[in-house]
Design a protein around this ligand. Sequence first.
Ligand code: SF4
Ligand code: SF4
Length: 193
Amino acid sequence: MESINVNESIVKNADFTEEIGIESGQPVQKCYQCGKCTAGCPLTFAMDYKPNQVIRMVQLGMKDELLKCQTIWICSNCSTCTTRCPCNVEVAEVMGALRIMAGKSGTTPPGKAKYVEVMYDALLGTVERFGRTYEVGLVMQNNLKSGKLFNNADMGMPMFQRGKLKLLPTKVQGAAEVARIFAEVRKMEGGVK
Ligand code: SF4
Ligand code: SF4
């Protein structure tokens, strides 16, 4: 973890706390660092900043450090933290707002977190095309983009044999409407992917 000049960050990103509060809809200023969110989070072992640290960094306006951290991508949105917070801060929503901001800023997720972004893109790509997830296509795209061609190949065959995976994609009724929703959202976001 690189060293951080907290004072410099606070001055530079004075509006950031308010922006994340509005985007996430969460009262981030109410957090008093009890740590219950972090105590319950199942993924802290893979995070560079713990959930309570993320909220503190939001309070301090540490935008640059947060947008390029791994935690916001590692968070799985399980919401365990949310159910534990005595201040009703939905930490998962804050993580989501930070992810969106990072995506819009074009910041590349660092380290292993970049594979999470690849997976998100692949997942949304199949939903946009077929109106639903297409697991085989999702895994193939993910493996191609991450350069790990045979990742999870050992799990694929047993799932296929049990009929859990379909080789070819099927479109849901209304797939065109789903694609239109994607197009509209892109327009609303000013063409951001
Ligand atoms: S549980 Fe809530 S109050 Fe406690 S550290 Fe986490 S966000 Fe802050
Ligand atoms: S939503 Fe994210 S931060 Fe909260 S407990 Fe789950 S993985 Fe951890």
